[in-house]
Design a protein around this ligand. Sequence first.
Ligand SMILES: [Zn+2]
Length: 78
Amino acid sequence: MTRQCARPGCSAVAAATLAYDYRQRTSWLDPLAAEPHPMAYDLCDGHADALTVPRGWRLEDRREPRRITTSLEDAFAY
Ligand SMILES: [Zn+2]
């Protein structure tokens, strides 16, 4: 099942999940969660890449690095 980006007016397919912790003033971008989470937002690639956090907040991008060629070993492991 695919989910849509949570941003109003955006109908792109969600590619990342944004979670946040007000007490730690930290937000995290993770690969799209398998299950929708009530404390998290799903975002498309474009909105995830354009994400900014409020002043004083930290953003940790924990998505897999994309557009980086995997090593030959990984490529032939399948
Ligand atoms: Zn979007």
